[in-house]
Write a protein that binds this ligand. Sequence first.
Ligand code: MG
Ligand code: MG
Length: 313
Amino acid sequence: MNLFPRLPEGGEPTKIRRRALAGYLGLAVGDALGATTEFLRPQEISSRYGLHQDITGGGWLNLKAGRVTDDTEMNLALGKALVNERDFKVEAVGHSFSEWMSSKPVDIGSTVRQGLKSFRRDGTTVQEENEYHGGNGAAMRLYPVVLATLTRPENFEPWAIAQAHLTHHHHESDAGILMIGALSRAAILLGQAAPLDQMILDWTQRYPQFSPKLFKGSYDGYIVNSIRCMLYYFNNTGSFEDCMVKIANAGGDTDTNAVLAGMIAGPFYGLEGLPSRWLKKLEKTVRGQIETQVQDLFEIFNPDLVEPNSPTL
Ligand code: MG
Ligand code: MG
């Protein structure tokens, strides 16, 4: 069993950067799509919206169409700390999250809030292990760490876990983060040639609780439920759009489940797989921040994947 298979890193730098961008834009459109149906049951979604398949805003947060939520914003905050420091410094990540919390975000999870309050109070960067920390809130903001470690995979685990423990310290959150990161990295480096089926088998042999499953209960923010749900729909759909629409209509923590799926389905299907009507709806400033951040993360952390005179994406 090889949870972190060696993957080729050379060749096709522009394709790799385009797939990396597809993951970031993919998680953002998933957030904007899923935010409308967050915390609803499937029956409530179908009676209110029929099939929810366009970015329309609304939902319990009463969003403007195209607005993203905490999920995308925390990715941007983490990526900002990586770019500013040109390195991973957990204190800088804490400050960036704290600054984001001060901006009065449209939504913030309770575990995230508590963790950031303790960081502000006494500089805590590692929470005590806690049985209530098994939410998906540390996994949902993982993507910039995947991007910053593409060519230095030995940094992935320590950085991914350190950013998580600022707010969440739970063995299933940690394991889920490593699994999603490994799948996302493979999809970015190899696209549809990535051995994702085998990797999902290997990971779920080690962690059977993450096995893709059509889960009939409530899709709450528990990391195990989120991973089961998003892997089930990733495995049982044939396009980025279908995967995201199914997740957004499945109910529960739809925005976050779609964000986690976006990190894998985005690079797997590539930029061409992202529905243009969703990209057009996505807030322009967020789209711009994502494009700039991907460019910066590659130039700083993966210079080997940026060819001289390579096109801006
Ligand atoms: Mg959210
Ligand atoms: Mg959510």
